[in-house]
Write a protein that binds this ligand. Structure first.
Ligand code: CAA
Length: 259
């Protein structure tokens, strides 16, 4: 059985966590498969956007697998967290945008998976929380770092210390998700956004993602230098030349070649 389903829809890859009987809990096997699927997708020339979601009605992902973690010693736990970090960092630096389409539970590692994506669309059924402190642990797949950066440190600490479960409205208000939609429209909204990304020049989108991601850890002036360097790289592409020439001829250019 495959734990990650991958479906190509034109230039968009839909990745579905496929462990619904355990509410898509993230065990090592699923994380490994996610990593391997991403490696294979990275070789696809035509790929423009990823959408990540969970199978079943109830959950995006209900966290790291508690059964697997229960008897870990500190060394094993460190290795487990390091592998989670590696997979999620790979997703967050993946060379095309990644959209999380979140319904139902996004708890612990499931919330962290969503936070590792570039854009989050939540269904009105989405419920977010960090239950880790109630299990005697901290979040271990990036939650302490990513939520604090995305929202603010005090809000991240409140959610982590209390384990309080929040709905999509609050996540939206706090900037933890980009959009909130009815559950019945979740996948169509995610695909629509992916399509609008896929319609733009891959080099522009890729360099913009890299500029934002790298800039997050830099002071403003160094971030501007990174932006200038990536901006300049776009001018080495035929897509930039063709799109700008088309504009000057008052034509709309859509035939991006990823070159
Ligand atoms: N790990 C392993 N199995 C899990 C799981 C998890 N995180 N979450 C759910 N499951 C399993 C349940 O054990 C159950 O399996 P069985 O049918 O074999 O008993 C199945 O999924 C369905 O779950 P429930 O029967 O519990 O469903 P429910 O609707 O009654 O409750 C829930 C849903 C509130 C999400 C509840 O399952 C729950 O609290 N899950 C755990 C959530 C959690 O604590 N997540 C954080 C994990 S720690 C972490 O993620 C650390 C990290 O950062 C790396």
């Amino acid at each position: 059985m495959t734990l990650i389903n991958v479906e190509m829809k034109d230039k968009i890859a839909l990745l579905t966590l496929n462990r619904p009987e355990a509410l898509n809990a993230l065990n090592s096997e699923l994380l490994r498969e996610l990593y391997d699927r991403l490696k294979a997708l990275e070789k696809e020339d035509d790929l423009r956007c990823l959408v990540v979601t969970g199978s079943g009605e109830k959950a995006f992902a209900a966290g790291a697998d508690i059964g697997e973690m229960a008897d870990m010693n500190p060394d094993e736990a460190e290795e487990f967290a390091a592998f989670g970090h590696e997979v999620f960092s790979y997703l967050s630096t993946f060379p095309c945008p990644v959209i999380a389409a979140i319904h139902g539970y996004a708890l612990g590692g499931g919330f962290e998976l969503a936070l590792a994506c570039d854009i989050r669309i939540a269904a009105d059924t989405a419920r977010f929380a960090f239950p880790e402190t109630g299990l005697g642990i901290t979040p271990g797949f990036g939650g302490t770092q990513r939520l604090a950066r995305l929202t603010n440190a005090a809000y991240a600490m409140e959610l982590i210390f209390t384990g309080r479960r929040i709905k999509g409205e609050e996540a939206l208000e706090q900037g933890a998700v980009n959009r909130l939609v009815p559950a019945s429209e979740l996948m169509s909204e995610a695909m629509k956004m992916a399509e609008s990304i896929a319609a733009n020049a891959p080099i522009g989108v890729r360099m913009a993602k890299e500029a934002v991601q790298r800039g997050l850890d830099l002071d403003l002036d160094t971030g501007m230098e990174v932006e200038a360097e990536l901006f300049a790289e776009c001018f080495d592409s035929s897509d930039q030349k063709d799109a700008m020439q088309a504009f000057l001829k008052k034509e709309k250019f859509t035939d991006f070649q990823n070159k």
